[in-house]
Design a protein around this ligand. Sequence first.
Ligand code: HEM
Length: 352
Amino acid sequence: SGILRNVQRSRLGPPPQPPLIQEPKEDEVLDGVTTALDGAARQDEAIPLARQSNKADLDRLAMPPPPLRPAVFQKAEEDQSVVGLGSRPRIVADSAGDEQTTPKASAVLVDNDAVPRFALSGPEPSHSQASSSSSSSPGAAAAAKVKPPTPTAGLMVPPPWPTAAPPSLLRAPRQPGSSTLPPLPSAGPLPNRNPLAGGASSSLAPPPTHSSKPKKPSRQIALAPGHSPLDWARLSSNPAANLRGLPPNSPYLRVTPSMLRQMTGRKGKDAWTVLGGRVYNISPYLPFHPGGEPELLRGAGRDGTKMFGEIHPWVNYEGMLSACLVGIYVQEEEAAEIAAGKSSEQDMEAMD
Ligand code: HEM
């Protein structure tokens, strides 16, 4: 019958293990659980070896199930177990078999006397005492109670202690350079940054100037490509460009009003204008004028100084039109006198 039983066992597989929870008695289970919760030291002392293994199983059963691992980790663990079967048990065996070498932090009683601290002459004041003394006269109270620290072996020598310092220094012992600095501005009147405000207005907005005047809409035109102010600057600085409209190397002319009146830019003639007593040929500047050609032509054949000054007195016409300078503006009589003088000179030369 024993052989038959063995055969039956081999066919049926190993006999089913009795459930772990049924093996110990009920009071032992409770005892094991409470022992495990109480701590390892008591467990090692009180529980025999046979019960310890049972207790470990009971602990495992008593533990809540581990959280479900993400599929990625499960896959990685499966792979690892397939590839390196020996690696994981070895790690467990190493950690279980070796003695623990990692140093543990442990609570140590600190010798408070080794820590240097300031010695107080009187009994150590409580917080309430300190606050009350600081509220009345902090500097004097601190000077009366605090003694210089005694130098200890291995520590830095403390700085010289102010023995007979004035109370003003003792009031702020953490600011040694404060006595040399000028006193901070107290709550006095603010510097007057805005004389027009007169102190009555606390607004930070700038004072109203002439912004009340409505701005005139700009009358500037869109200049044609290649006729920007920069283009004009390039052209007018080119000595090869003849912007005067006169034969090359012509001297500066004396232009009379009768001469000027003919130079209006029409009938194939250039446009001349007078600005500040000088006559300029404004014809090459016409396509470059930001105010437009018609506006510029308003000054053609006449003295445009007043008009120019009324529109844009800030424009530096002397610099901009230096290459267009024809001559100076003279009255008829002056020109006649000069012409007469010249003619008389010529006559005199002819007579000779
Ligand atoms: C004497 C006849 C002239 C008249 C009537 C005249 C008229 C004007 C006008 C109406 C404007 C537009 C102003 C605006 O922005 O609303 C203007 C702008 C301008 N004109 Fe004339 N102009 C004259 C002569 C000149 C001359 C001779 C020059 C060059 C030397 C010149 C250079 C300028 C410049 C640079 C601007 C642009 C000003 C700016 O950007 O603010 N103008 N002009």
